[in-house]
Design a protein around this ligand. Structure first.
Ligand SMILES: [Cu+2]
Length: 195
């Protein structure tokens, strides 16, 4: 009996293994603009089937030295964003966007407001008191996105193999799109050349 059980377990492992092996690749690339590489661009896959939710996830946008930090915050829809005042004076955080409207006052250091961003789109964030304070929360429909670093580079990991439309949003002009084929393992490369 022991021998038979071992054989059955071995067979089960053999049958199950292929479905557990994840055929996922990576996308790496660069975003360029008219003045060179673009930092803080949001690169994302547009047409991914499946249902995704950021419910239970959280992200933070700080207010420090009269600046929002980060100035661009990409999140999966459903994510809770925590706005924190780290300055010892009055700030206000608001958005007039139809994607997400709100208006909160933060009087003192440590004041915190949480907002759920449950609709995909671009949400400009401002402060009524300091006109120079500007930021964006970019709400995305799936988790396959990345923010470019200071050198304009990005990496999106763990992407199911397939053909997708990939979009780069820089805050200036219309987003640039390309078609990309993600392999079952390894990297697909894409360069956005900008305007
Ligand atoms: Cu302010």
């Amino acid at each position: 009996m022991i021998g038979r059980t071992t054989v059955l377990l071995g067979l089960a492992a053999f049958v199950v293994a292929p479905s557990l092996a994840r055929a996922n690749g990576e996308i790496i690339g660069m975003v360029q603009g008219g003045k060179g590489r673009v930092a803080n661009a949001v690169v994302s896959l547009v047409d991914v089937s499946g249902s995704f939710s950021g419910a239970g996830k959280s992200a933070q946008m700080n207010q420090k030295d009269k600046e929002f930090s980060p100035s661009v915050l990409p999140v999966l829809k459903g994510t809770t964003v925590r706005f924190v005042n780290s300055d010892p004076f009055f700030h206000n955080v608001f958005s007039s966007s139809t994607v997400k409207q709100f208006n909160v006052s933060q009087e003192k250091v440590g004041d915190t407001s949480e907002m759920v961003f449950d609709k995909p789109g671009i949400v400009p964030i401002r402060c009524h008191i300091h006109a120079s304070m500007k930021a964006y929360v970019v709400v995305l429909p799936n988790p396959y996105f990345a923010l470019t670093n200071a050198n304009g580079l990005f990496r999106i990991s763990n992407v199911p193999a397939g053909t997708y439309t990939i979009k780069a949003w820089t805050g200036h002009g219309a987003p640039e799109t390309q078609t990309i084929q993600v392999p079952a393992s390894g990297e697909a490369k894409v360069i956005f050349k900008g305007a």
